[in-house]
Ligand binder design. Structure first.
Ligand code: FES
Length: 126
């Protein structure tokens, strides 16, 4: 599970929408794990379980606060604005969690300005 492959720019009607497998998602910053079916975004599945490890905003790819870096595993993504994720970043595994769907077990890191809030919460500084 070391490789990261991205099947970018998939549309919601693609054949992968029928996938119902539950994959495990690990948020490295907080050591939290949660299940996520391939039909749900990484952010939606987390929010549905009442978890808060990934910063949550618009859920539509517009605000960029849910930006993460996939460190292990594979995801498919919907179109992401280059304002939030550049082509170079995509190649390095950066995605918006609200636009990314697991295709295997995933490990990720929260990135960007909201990262401090997540790690401070975990270590009790808030
Ligand atoms: S929650 Fe706004 S871009 Fe993902």
């Amino acid at each position: 599970m070391q490789s990261t492959a991205f099947l970018n720019e998939l549309r919601p009607c693609g054949d992968w929408r029928g996938a119902v497998s539950d994959y495990q998602v690990e948020i490295r910053d907080t050591a939290e794990r949660y299940p996520c079916g391939g039909e749900h975004s990484l952010l939606k599945a987390m929010a549905a379980l009442g978890r808060k490890g990934i910063p949550s905003g618009c859920h539509g790819g517009g605000c960029g606060v849910c930006k993460v870096r996939i460190t292990e595993g594979e995801v498919s993504t919907l179109v992401m604005s280059c304002t939030h994720v550049t082509e170079e970043e995509k190649a390095q595994g950066y995605v918006l969690a609200c636009r990314a769907f697991p295709r295997s077990d995933i490990a990720l890191e929260v990135v960007g300005g909201m990262r401090k809030c997540i790690t401070r919460r975990r270590y009790g500084f808030v």
